[in-house]
Design a protein around this ligand. Structure first.
Ligand SMILES: Cc1cc2nc3c(=O)[nH]c(=O)nc-3n(C[C@H](O)[C@H](O)[C@H](O)COP(=O)(O)OP(=O)(O)OC[C@H]3O[C@@H](n4cnc5c(N)ncnc54)[C@H](O)[C@@H]3O)c2cc1C
Length: 278
């Protein structure tokens, strides 16, 4: 296995460019909490790694201004959990972060790694997407920003080119009417989602984002449109009917399609009832 360890972002980008973007080429590794799980497989295939661990000074800090939160490409869950400023400005971020793995994973795992791994069960992605986050990709030839809800093109497929790194995640700071995140797993910690949902309503409208119910973490756009049009729902079944156009859950080792669709519609129904009662 080949491991390259750049000491600056420029050096890392030069290494990626020199690698030529071959399939199965140089793979960035941040916390390694996803990559290490399938290590035996990668090692066997002679994987080449771009170790980002020495880029912390450039990529780990986050910046919170009146207009946005800029999470660096190496910002960890723990960085967010331990920031009272972020908790005040974006409460769903630490709420989700605390439910990812246990403390060891929260200390090492990065938000960019959660996005980069492309799992439909990623728990950091729904809250970021619900807040309207954008992914900042950088290569030697320049920087580009992609809305997180346009980042995935299919199961574990993304728009990131092999010569690009996620150098930041930008979350716009705007007034919100309500926000909510709920994760359902087999237990309260160290559990991968059976289904999780994040909801934000702001001046741009509703964003309802669910994981584990489609090949990618997805916005439930038909439900968003119905809510924006002012529709109220009389039962979980009515929500399930609308959600049927948004989601395509499957049976797998963690759950069944029926359980996921039923739980998601019930969670949303009872939360919306609570909102109406306020
Ligand atoms: C015990 C355990 C429990 C877990 N529990 C959860 C959980 O509850 N919820 C959950 O969502 N996840 C969970 N995970 C998965 C994992 O911890 C997260 O997805 C984490 O955010 C991955 O971040 P990382 O920095 O470790 O990524 P890495 O493993 O380093 O990388 C993951 C992927 O992202 C790419 N990547 C990383 N950084 C960049 C970058 N800057 N630019 C471009 N590509 C990049 C890598 O090439 C790789 O493809 C768990 C993992 C373990 C081992």
């Amino acid at each position: 296995m080949r491991v390259l360890t750049p000491t600056t972002v420029d050096e890392a980008l030069a290494m990626l460019a020199a690698d030529g973007g071959k399939p199965g080429g140089l793979t960035p590794i941040a916390g390694g909490t996803d990559l290490l799980v399938s290590w035996h497989h990668h090692a066997k295939n002679g994987m080449s790694l771009l170790d980002l661990s020495r880029l912390g000074a450039q990529l780990r800090p986050f910046r919170l201004t009146d207009g946005e939160l800029d999470l660096g490409g190496l910002t960890t869950y723990w960085d967010v959990i331990s920031s009272p400023e972020i908790a005040a400005a974006f409460p769903l971020l630490p709420l989700a972060a605390r439910q990812i793995g246990a403390v060891q994973i929260q200390m090492r795992g990065t938000w960019a790694g959660n996005i980069g791994n492309g799992s439909p069960a990623a728990d950091g992605v729904p809250v970021l997407m619900a807040y309207g986050a954008r992914v900042v990709l950088q290569s030697r030839t320049g920087q580009t920003e992609v809305p997180l809800d346009q980042y995935y093109t299919g199961y574990r497929k993304t728009v990131r080119r092999p010569d690009q790194l996620i150098v930041a995640i930008r979350v716009p700071r705007r007034p919100r009417e309500c926000e909510w995140f709920y994760k359902v797993g087999p237990r309260r910690a160290q559990a991968i989602s059976k289904v999780a949902v994040a909801v934000v309503k702001d001046a741009e409208g509703w964003r309802v984002v669910a994981n584990s119910v489609a090949p990618v973490v997805c916005r439930c756009r038909h439900l968003e449109q119905a809510l924006t049009a002012g529709r109220t729902f009389q039962s979980p079944a009515e929500i399930a009917q609308v959600l049927a156009s948004d989601i395509s859950p499957i049976d797998d080792i963690r759950s069944t399609a029926r359980y996921r669709a039923t739980v998601l519609s019930r969670l949303l129904y009872f939360w919306l009832c609570e909102q109406r009662g306020r």
